[in-house]
Design a protein around this ligand. Structure first.
Ligand code: ATP
Length: 503
């Protein structure tokens, strides 16, 4: 829903979550900066992931590999040859598109039309409406459905090189012309490599061509044996990593959903060949549970199992989330076989094998990967949290209902008035709480306005110090979501907050 998405983007800016990069120079497309609140939310998401993956698993350890890697890495991984997206130019508008996204958009538009027909019919028929029957008998809907089926049948689940001629034909035939209505003037579809190149070295002759890493995974693969040996790791075990990745995305859109510089949270789990099916199922379930533990709504997730697989995978699924613009990939779970380690063995000439003491044999482990975009997770959490509520007195309030564990600021301490010693008591509470939580002090404006400001900021608790506090050492604690207020002892504040924000 476009309006909701616009609100998300402007709220993110207005409340210090996300700014456009280099804004004073009119920005840089698909590059963003995290602001004072955004950096905290992002850190909290990263920590929540790290805790679940590394701290809670005694057989998973972390690393932090460099962004620069030896250039041969990317030959071995297949990125130099195959990490590209299909690109098509419109000669009329001189605009460039990702051919697969164009087709995807087209499908989404048709789906929206079907949904509209369903809603109309539902209104008309009321209780007697039967959706299944309507979908299978209504001529117009069937026509739309046929178009989608044609596309899916022709293209399968993803676009491969050999499909490119097909894609162009399809784009022309169906007049997939968003946003150049009716245009049939397209170039052929070309493959465009997404890696950013750069140079290492001072002089032109000695400089070495490098890439900014397009994924964090390869830093884990090349360190597999180092970690296994020095950490005395026994298979099955995992290596986790969070860090920046860079992709020269052809079409930058949807805010921080698709960026050119972004952060990944990846874990490669090394397993015995033959056990990949069971670990694939295990990590599918485990990762979905992690998502659901945040309480963003169980219906907002679904799996999308891949039918067409990447060259390195023998099974793959996406965990999709319902973003304001529809269900889209949030995390990928891939059964990567021994592809990566074998490739690195071949290109480096070094063995990357594991000796299994129990079975007394050496083998190249298989890999099960979970890979999630931190920025995408940020967008999922943030867009899901932003709500406008109608209140009983016919006013509305804007609340950012972030999970308490992720909220940038856990509590705001507010003196009711700026005099009579109340600020001093409030500041003392800040001093005591800040050892455990990120808290803030606010004395500006009427207390009602301050509550609203904290609601919009996503702060789960407001703690108000009033004149009675001076007598009874108690304060009013207000809960963001319920707006419920209760009187509690200052000395109990820490435990009350802890109970909500700790996992
Ligand atoms: P997409 O199909 O959306 O381009 P992908 O399948 O190429 O994504 P992977 O290579 O599997 O993505 O990367 C793992 C995760 O990294 C994705 O699930 C996504 O959350 C995140 N990610 C990938 N590309 C971007 C990007 N350009 N901006 C932000 N996050 C990204």
């Amino acid at each position: 829903n476009e309006d909701q998405f616009k609100k998300v983007i402007s709220h993110a800016k207005e409340y210090g979550y996300v700014f456009q990069s280099s804004e004073i120079y009119d920005g840089l497309s698909a590059v963003y900066d995290y602001a004072q609140n955004g950096v905290e939310l992002k850190k909290n998401i990263r920590d929540y992931w790290w805790k679940a993956m590394v701290q809670m698993h005694d057989n998973i350890v972390g690393i932090d590999a460099a962004i620069f890697m030896h250039p041969t890495t990317w030959k071995a991984s297949g990125h130099v040859d195959a990490f590209s997206d299909p690109l098509i130019d419109n000669k009329d508008s001189k605009k460039r598109y990702r051919a697969d996204v164009l087709v995807e958009d087209y499908c989404a538009k048709i789906e929206a039309k079907i949904e509209k027909e369903v809603k109309k019919a539902e209104k008309r028929f009321g209780e007697a409406f039967n959706k299944e029957e309507f979908l299978s008998t209504n001529g117009r809907v069937l026509g739309y459905q046929e178009k989608i089926d044609t596309i899916l049948k022709r293209l399968g689940q993803s676009l491969e090189k050999e499909d490119l001629a097909d894609v162009k034909a399809l784009i022309e035939e169906l007049g997939i012309a968003c946003p150049v209505a009716g245009s049939k003037n397209w170039t052929d579809v070309k493959q465009f490599n997404l890696m950013f190149g750069t140079k290492l070295g001072a002089s032109a002759e000695s400089a070495m061509d490098l890439y900014l890493r397009p994924e964090t995974a390869q830093g884990i693969f090349v360190n597999f044996l180092n970690v296994q040996k020095t950490g005395r790791m026994k298979i099955p075990f995992g290596i986790a990593q969070t860090g920046k990745a860079f992709r020269n995305e052809i079409v930058a859109r949807q805010f921080i959903f698709r960026m050119r510089e972004f952060e990944q949270m990846e874990m490669q789990f090394f397993i015995k060949p033959g056990t990949q099916k069971e670990w694939f199922d295990y990590w599918k379930e485990t990762r979905l549970k992690w998502h659901k533990s945040l309480g963003l709504g169980e219906d907002n997730y679904r799996f999308h199992d891949h039918e067409k697989l990447a060259h390195y995978a023998d099974a793959a699924t996406d965990i999709e989330f319902k973003f304001p613009f529809g269900f889209k990939e949030l995390e990928g779970i891939h059964s990567r076989t021994d592809f990566d380690l074998k490739q690195h063995e071949e290109f480096s000439g070094k063995k990357l094998q594991y000796f299994d003491h129990e079975d007394k044999e050496s083998y190249t482990p298989y890999v099960l990967e979970t890979s999630i975009g931190l920025d995408r997770m940020f967008l999922a959490v943030f867009s899901n949290a932003l709500v406008e509520e109608e209140l009983e007195n016919n006013t509305t309030r804007t609340v950012l209902k972030l999970p308490a564990v992720l909220a940038p600021t856990k509590a705001a301490i507010l003196p009711l008035v700026k005099k009579d010693g109340l600020p001093e008591v409030a500041k003392k509470i800040v001093e005591d709480l800040k050892w455990d939580f990120n808290v803030t002090y606010d004395e500006k404006d009427a207390v009602g306005r301050r509550y609203r400001r904290q609601d919009a900021n996503g702060t789960p608790f407001c703690i108000t110090v009033d004149h009675d506090t001076l007598e009874d050492n108690s304060v009013t604690i207000r809960h963001r979501d319920t707006m419920e207020q209760r009187r509690v002892k200052i000395e109990d504040l820490k435990d009350i907050i802890k109970a909500e924000v700790d996992v």
